[in-house]
Design a protein around this ligand. Structure first.
Ligand SMILES: [Zn+2]
Length: 222
């Protein structure tokens, strides 16, 4: 299925088992992911990680154990194939960090996707992993996302990646020009995330885009 999509120019892939699906982890899924990750246009392994949820979606101790097992098994395979990690960790940043610290070499390339933890935690993780990048999504366009705004202001530009997490988290500022479009995000809306980061940091959009392009090349080799 992914073969056709990956024939397109400018399209690359990352494959992994999302923590929401951790209970699906089994030898067959592992084999399928190894095969998918071996595709020449697969540039990373992920999303993988931990998602503890909150409120009524809060993960039970059993589910958390399953997530940890699937995460550790995927780290092992990603390292064997020498694939950078794309990490999804929500409400579980420190636990994900502890696991990576014990299982992955310090210089491994890590994209901490859709980061929503504190600046303090991000700083601690980046200090340990010098090739970790922090992914900021359309969440940064919402005033209520104080953690993300704080991180977007403080993260060194050379450690920043821009994402949309489409179809989720449609940037609010995209509505300024496109009021009638669907409520979902698309990858083209990364520009609105970059625009908001430039505004927060009081720098030009060009500076953000030029540096993030370099970061993508360093992280993914593309
Ligand atoms: Zn995610």
């Amino acid at each position: 299925m992914y073969d056709d999509i990956l024939k397109e120019d400018g399209v690359w892939a990352a494959f992994g088992l999302h923590p929401h699906n951790a209970k699906m982890w089994c030898p067959q899924i592992e084999r399928d992911l190894i095969r998918a990750a071996s595709h020449p246009k697969c540039v990373a392994w992920g999303e993988m990680g931990l998602d503890y949820g909150k409120g009524y979606t809060k993960a039970s101790p059993d589910v958390i154990e399953m997530q940890k097992d699937a995460f550790m098994a995927q780290i092992k395979q990603a390292l064997k194939l020498n694939k950078p990690f794309v990490i999804h960790a929500r409400g579980a940043e420190m636990d994900a960090f502890e696991i990576m610290k014990t299982k992955a070499p310090k210089d491994h390339k890590i994209h901490f996707h859709c980061y929503s933890g504190s600046w303090k935690t991000a700083e601690k993780m980046m200090e340990h992993f010098p090739n970790m990048y922090i992914g900021v999504t359309g969440l940064v366009t919402f005033n209520s996302a104080t953690n993300v705004t704080d991180v977007a202001r403080k993260v060194p530009l050379e450690r920043l990646l821009i994402e949309t997490d489409a179809p989720y988290m449609r940037p609010k500022n995209a509505n300024l020009v496109d009021r009638n479009s669907p409520r979902s995000a698309s990858p083209s809306m990364g520009i609105w995330v970059a625009a908001r980061i430039a505004e927060i940091r009081k720098i030009t959009l060009d500076i953000v885009l030029i540096q993030v392009r370099k970061n993508v090349a360093n992280m993914y080799g593309i």
